[in-house]
Design a protein around this ligand. Structure first.
Ligand SMILES: O=C(O)c1ccccc1N[C@@H]1O[C@H](COP(=O)(O)O)[C@@H](O)[C@H]1O
Length: 229
């Protein structure tokens, strides 16, 4: 099975093109003003259109209300919605029903007990994404370059495809995959020169390292779960 690779927080045509050329499967566009990767939906329209049909686009939001999601879907027409806040399973189901698009629900992980929430989300989401729990006082719930204990995921059957994120980069993605056999990985800070400024070479290095690691230790099945271009 082929590993899915998502590059998140793309804000420029150069970064998007680098992700596509590197062979990424998904491009994340962040709509969350406190983030250094924030894209106003209207400003992101051209970038999303540029990505269309070349890789999957994922619009990332944090506890967005219906009005904002309406605006995002109208402007970006994303292939998927990533909910990265404190959205409940009921809210995930409501978003999926309203927009009829696959929903990725991010879950913050710091200890084994945090995985107890997975079944409730597995019943309603198309995918869960495991990210590190942010430190108290953080201005955003992700995109912090912070990893968690990957051994918590070793042998995990989440009941649906999952994505590993949090502090990944070209130098540690192989180790993360060796431990977890995750079917998909997601990176933002680890392929940047500075917060919000993607480095094309790091994107290439990340995709290459992830694919090599997945070839050496096959990932859990995933690709069948969502249609890809
Ligand atoms: O990228 C952001 O700024 C962001 C803001 C709010 C919520 C999530 C965000 N990013 C996501 O966080 C994880 C981990 O990112 P990193 O690789 O550790 O920087 C990833 O899913 C990003 O898409």
């Amino acid at each position: 099975m082929t590993l899915l690779v998502k590059i998140c927080g793309l804000t420029t045509p150069e970064a998007l093109d680098a992700a596509i050329a590197a062979g990424a499967d998904m491009a994340g566009l962040v709509v969350f003003p406190p983030s250094p990767r924030h894209l106003d939906p209207a400003d992101g329209r051209a970038l999303a259109a540029r990505a269309k049909g070349r890789l999957q686009t994922v619009a990332l939001t944090v506890d967005a209300d219906d009005a904002l999601l309406d605006e995002i879907v109208a402007a970006l027409d994303p292939d998927m919605l990533q909910l990265h806040g404190k959205e409940t399973p009921e809210r995930v189901a409501a978003v999926k029903a309203r927009f009829g698009r696959p929903v990725v629900k991010a879950l913050a992980i710091a200890e084994a007990a945090d995985l107890a929430r997975v079944p409730a989300y597995a019943a309603v989401a198309d995918r869960v994404l495991f990210d590190a729990r942010p430190p108290k006082g953080a201005t955003r719930p992700g995109g912090l370059g912070q990893a968690f204990d990957w051994t918590l995921l070793a042998g995990l059957d989440a009941g649906l495809p999952y994505m590993l994120s949090g502090g990944l980069g070209p130098d540690n993605v192989a180790e993360a995959l060796r431990i977890t056999r995750a079917p998909a990985v997601d990176v933002s800070s680890g392929v940047e020169r500075a917060p919000g400024d993607k480095d094309p070479q790091k994107i290439v290095d990340f995709v290459r390292a992830a694919r090599a690691a997945a070839a050496a230790a096959p990932a859990q099945p995933d690709r069948a779960a969502l249609p890809l271009p």
